[in-house]
Write a protein that binds this ligand. Structure first.
Ligand code: PXL
Length: 276
């Protein structure tokens, strides 16, 4: 049996809930062969948990990409890219790979940290990554930055942002409203250039959701690599991440990661899909 090869170009979250650790765990749970080209290493101060982002030399990133691409990857996901140069390297990798399964998670900040990684990154993502995206998965803040609309606060504003991001070249846009939106359900908006669909699940009480965004995007990537349609891939990923959040746990006093492999073990809540 040959596994599909899914490559993440992303950072290491040493606490292992998010970043390439989340990607690899989600890839594994979806039965793909996960590979990594590491961009940065994020470490945390043990007494305050404030993050330090340390980029790897770009020559080393390039060597990793060359190694991974030489094996023939079936799908690529991007996560934390941290500089315009790294974004360009990731774009080149996507083009060189020849794959048309590309999931862009436009990470701009770490959860719990408010400083945007690098303001120039947004323009670079628009120019170098969105035109290649099969699916882009911004959260509300990232959607507002990419669309230039400011952070959406309602479903109507999410729709406006999704149209703008689609116009920038992303074939499918999933804006993760999650529980952040003032809505009774945990809601994501999926736009494929034709129709808008709301994906809704019950809001999960757990606040242990570190890594949810990465896990969601990586699950979409693995599902697409395995041949699911974009709609099927996105819905399954929402089930997968909702179960992961439901079973999230406290790693220490500062952070609670999702339980990446919860769905296969405990099942997943139903996702309601409605056209809006
Ligand atoms: O959740 C965004 C994210 C992505 N990638 C890495 C991270 C984080 C947040 O902590 O550390 C490497």
């Amino acid at each position: 049996m040959t596994l599909k090869k899914t490559l993440t170009i992303a950072g290491s979250d040493t606490s292992a809930g998010a970043g390439m650790q989340a990607d690899l765990k989600a890839f594994q749970e979806h039965g793909t062969y996960g590979m990594v080209a590491l961009t940065v290493v994020v470490t945390m101060d043990p007494s305050t948990w404030s993050h330090t982002v340390t980029p790897l030399p770009t020559s080393l990133l390039q060597q990793q990409i060359d190694t991974a691409l030489s094996t023939g990857v079936d799908a690529i996901k991007t996560g934390m890219l941290a500089s315009e140069e790294i974004i360009q390297i990731a774009s080149d990798a996507i083009q060189k790979s020849g794959t048309d399964v590309v999931v862009i998670d436009p990470v701009m900040v770490c959860k719990g940290e408010d400083e945007v990684l690098n303001p120039g990154n947004t323009e670079a993502m628009i120019k170098y990554l969105l035109p290649y995206a099969t699916v882009v998965t911004p959260n509300l803040f990232e959607a507002g930055q990419l669309a230039g609309t400011g952070t959406p606060k309602t479903i109507e504003e999410m729709k406006t942002a999704a149209v703008k991001i689609h116009e920038l070249g992303a074939k499918n846009v999933v804006i993760k409203g999650g529980k952040a939106l003032a809505h009774e359900k945990a809601v994501d908006l999926f736009y494929d250039g034709q129709e808008f669909r709301l994906l809704e699940t019950e809001k999960v009480g757990s606040t242990y959701n570190h890594g949810a965004g990465c896990t969601f995007a990586a699950s979409i990537c693995a599902n697409l690599a395995n041949g699911l349609s974009v709609t099927e891939a996105v819905i399954e990923a929402k089930e997968f991440v909702t179960a992961a959040i439901k079973h999230g746990f406290a790693l220490n006093d500062f952070v609670g990661p999702v339980m990446h492999g919860a769905k296969p073990r405990f099942g997943a809540p139903t996702v309601e899909v409605t056209t809006v």
